[in-house]
Write a protein that binds this ligand. Structure first.
Ligand code: GLA
Length: 681
């Protein structure tokens, strides 16, 4: 466990972003008293403090931060200290307008919000690293500091900059990648539309064009942009590592952000930290939360991770900001812990009086501590204190879903067969079906070791490397079960079509050959001969060794197979060539988990989320009841949240949570081929 030993203090971290600079100093003492009342033990400080810490170039004012850290330390509150580089002060753009980012059409993106800097700007890099140096020198030995927080949500607003500085950096990145122009011209397919480049200086970022921009140019710009953000993380980390001994992290946005390839960032942090917010438009927002948590754990290589931010109630940045109902905060937070978080933090401690986020919820609302929110915060603090023994344990999963940011970028480029094919769509459909079946999944990169999984799901893996496609083939041939969904395996890493029939890289594995796509019109539905319905996508598919499980009854391709199954070595590869409705997706996933012998951690009614964490000879069962009815499960042990023993039967009231230390511990090892009782039911 890479970051094991990097956590300080005991138990689960609990806290928030703390912005003392927004308040008169008299408030700080109240803050610390309230933090102690709530059980807060870690706060992130200084994230947006650059303009106060360095009021003019090279002139640092640390006195206020000295006092804030001392007040926190005296109260026994640990600090995750920010490098403070998240948002440059107004003087930077005033003196160096060339540091401002430019939009795709060339317009300047001005200060007045936050993160207004070009990620490739050498001036920003120099000034930000000077600040990191100064902050690290000053606080490396401060006894309150247990962790360092690089920047904040790198790339959240400024990931794509199209200015001339970025263009020059992009050309440098391309030279590194391709070495010579012939290779770049081949990769970008510039024989098309008279795009051949004869000089590096002719190349630009994919700025606004009259029509569809070169897709490989777009893809490479997305890769470059993620790498530029990562470069800032690495540069700040390097400065810190020369000066401090505490672990270094930054807050990822896994589950929300499309444009940072976090798989490539993991080696740059000592522990993985993530931010997550519920989306009001997602009818299954709590499943989205579980998905993000499972993916964060997978990005962390299965190690415990830190939930750096979520919200106690409403956010302020959606069109309609929905408040959390009583009990929802607790279910949300403890679901993150169930799925591997060893710390639960929020944005932010005290709701702001002024500024862009004054309507964002906090631990201490505008109405003060005498509120439902603060009561729930205190209850959560007590819950997390009771879960101290869980820290360091790991989550068990027998199913993997393959996820690759590059595949996401590739599949959502323009000029494709259908705008209705998006990456998160089938990703979440399959994940949600597993969730409803009570099965825990890892969400891993296609290059991950798959040998430990009973079932591997491959939604919309449009872009895939040869080595990863071959690894999936070996996994199945070795006895695994895999499901691949439509528009997968289509292109290589340059976005070049794999010729000879779709789905290209997976044709042999799946035992099928598709000669043409037949996307459906908006709202058009087709019926299948097993009684299910589908929309969005059909394709003219021929089985080449695969058995046909279901075919279309109507639509453009009556009689053509829609779902196939292919024996490969000792395993089975399924292909789903259309977008099944929710009930049919659930039924298919249920059949797969039964056939693959996947077993949920415990039998529970649908809507009752159950996850097991294990450490050596101990195990804990997290049960989150999202339903309106009391749930009864067969569990033996002690509920850490109530302190009550449960001798065989655990009752979890509607909307409540239980965390049972199982006695004796339960092993997640499932006897080969044993069907899941829940799935069979
Ligand atoms: C992000 C940021 C925070 C704050 C919250 C609001 O997570 O990191 O500074 O803006 O969003 O939800």
């Amino acid at each position: 466990m890479r970051q094991h030993g990097t956590w300080q203090g005991d138990g689960i971290y609990f806290g928030a972003d703390y912005n003392p600079e927004q308040w008169p100093e008299q408030v700080w003492a109240d803050d610390v008293a309230l933090m102690r009342r709530a059980g807060v033990n870690l706060v992130s400080v200084g994230i947006f403090s650059w303009a106060l810490l360095e009021p003019s170039p090279g002139r640092y004012e640390f006195d206020w931060l000295d006092r804030a850290l001392d007040v926190l330390h005296a109260g026994g509150i640990h600090v995750d200290l920010a490098t403070a580089t998240a948002s440059p002060p107004p003087w930077l753009a005033h003196r160096h307008p060339e540091t401002l980012p430019r939009a795709v059409g060339g317009g300047v993106l001005w200060p007045g919000g936050r993160q207004a800097y070009c990620p490739s700007s050498p001036v920003f890099r120099e000034r930000s690293l000077a600040l990191v140096e100064a902050v690290a020198d000053r606080y490396a030995e401060h006894p309150a500091v247990v962790m360092w927080h690089v920047s904040n949500e790198l790339g959240c607003h400024n990931v794509h900059c199209y200015c001339d500085v970025s263009a020059e950096a992009f050309r440098g990145w391309l030279r590194e990648r391709y070495g010579d122009l012939d290779r770049l011209n081949d990769a970008w397919g510039t024989a098309f539309w008279s795009q051949r480049y004869h000089d590096w200086a002719e190349i630009n970022p994919p700025r606004s064009t009259l029509t569809i921009a070169n897709p490989t140019q777009q893809l490479d710009f997305l890769r470059f942009s993620s790498d530029e953000q990562r470069a800032q993380l690495r540069a700040e980390r390097e400065v810190l590592k020369r000066r401090v001994r505490q672990p270094v992290t930054t807050n990822f946005m896994i589950g929300m952000a499309k444009h940072m390839d976090y798989h490539s960032w993991t080696s740059d942090v000592d522990l993985v930290a993530n931010d997550h917010y519920l989306m009001a438009t997602d009818p299954y927002a709590h499943l989205g939360l579980s998905f993000a948590a499972d993916q964060t754990r997978s990005v962390a290589g299965g190690d415990p991770w830190l939930l750096m931010e979520h919200s106690t109630s409403a956010v302020n940045w959606q069109p309609r900001n929905v408040a959390k109902t009583p009990g929802q905060l607790r279910r949300n937070s403890l679901t993150h812990v169930a799925r591997g978080a060893d710390g639960v933090l929020f944005f932010q401690w005290r709701a702001s009086r002024a500024g862009a986020e004054k309507y964002h919820s906090a631990l201490v609302p505008h109405a003060g501590p005498d509120t439902k929110v603060f009561d729930e915060v205190c209850r959560l603090g007590a819950d997390l204190a009771a879960l101290a023994e869980v820290r360091g344990s790991r989550v068990e999963a027998e199913v993997a879903i393959l996820f690759d940011w590059e595949a996401w970028w590739g599949v959502e480029l323009d000029s494709h067969p259908s705008v209705d094919v998006t990456y998160p769509d089938r990703m979440r459909a399959l994940y949600d079906a597993l969730w409803r079946a009570g099965v825990t999944a890892d969400v891993v990169h296609p290059s991950a070791d798959l040998s430990g999984y009973r079932l591997v799901l491959v939604p919309t893996l449009y872009l895939v490397r040869d080595a990863d496609a071959e690894a999936l083939h070996r996994y199945v041939a070795g006895g695994g079960t895999a499901l691949v969904t439509y528009f997968s395996g289509i292109v290589d890493e340059h976005d070049h079509i794999r010729l000879g029939g779709y789905p290209g890289a997976f044709r042999e594995l799946l035992g099928v050959r598709t000669e043409e796509f037949f996307p459906l019109l908006a709202g058009e539905r087709v019926a299948l001969d097993d009684g299910s319905t589908a929309d969005v996508w059909t394709e003219w598919l021929h089985p080449v060794g695969a058995e046909v499980v279901a075919s279309y009854e109507d639509g453009p391709l009556p009689g053509v197979p829609a779902l196939t199954r292919h024996r490969v070595g000792d395993g089975t590869a399924w292909y789903l060539a259309t977008r099944l409705d929710e009930a049919a997706t659930d039924a298919l996933v249920g059949r797969l988990i039964t056939e693959a012998g996947v077993r949920p951690p415990a039998a529970a009614p649908t809507g009752v989320e159950v996850v097991r964490r294990r450490a050596d000879d101990r195990s804990w069962l997290f049960v989150v009841n999202h339903t309106d009815a009391e749930a009864t499960l067969d569990v033996t042990g002690t509920d850490l949240l109530t302190g009550q023993p449960c001798g065989g039967t655990l009752r979890v009231p509607a909307g409540e949570v239980a965390v049972v230390r199982e006695e004796p511990a339960v092993s997640g090892a499932v006897p080969a081929g044993e069907p899941s009782p829940a799935a069979a039911a």
